[in-house]
Design a protein around this ligand. Structure first.
Ligand SMILES: [Zn+2]
Ligand SMILES: [Zn+2]
Length: 143
């Protein structure tokens, strides 16, 4: 439990640092992400919210803001659904996932091709490179 509240605390610190107001809605969304052991879609985040005051549109908007500020990282499922998990804001702890396409269980993957990708992108004259990289398979239980 201590680990989860620490995650929420550091995310809230980042909000403050990035000049975003600490609202109950934002706190609630970050709290849901901190409790999840797999990346969550906006809908799944919304379902897990205990506050009634946060509609789905607000959840979407907050998550997009968090991604822009580096507080939350974004990936996609095989069906194209965007999913979110807590980042660290400073790029440390940046990671990806290996997700079971049957049961949705996810493993953390620390391999990242980001820097190589950036070199290639710069070669084409592109700047401000972002990337989404997720892997899928069948876990040992579902295999
Ligand atoms: Zn599975
Ligand atoms: Zn990466």
């Amino acid at each position: 439990m201590g680990d989860i509240s620490e995650k929420v605390e550091s995310a809230i610190k980042l909000l403050r640092k990035e000049g975003l107001r600490i609202t109950e809605q934002r706190k609630a969304i970050l709290n849901v992400l901190a409790h999840a052991d797999t990346p969550l879609s906006a809908e799944e985040n919304h379902v897990n919210l205990t506050t009634e005051q946060c509609d789905l549109v607000t959840v979407y908007r907050c998550l997009e803001q968090f991604v822009k500020k580096g507080i939350v990282e974004m990936g996609v499922r095989e069906n194209g659904t965007k999913v979110y998990w807590l980042g660290h804001g400073d790029g440390t702890g940046h990671h990806h996932h290996l997700t079971c396409r049957k049961c949705g269980r996810a493993e953390r993957v620390d391999l990242c091709v980001g820097s190589e990708l950036e070199k290639i992108a710069h070669g084409y004259g592109y700047t401000k490179i972002t990337h989404v990289m997720e892997a899928f398979g069948l876990c040992p239980i579902c295999r």
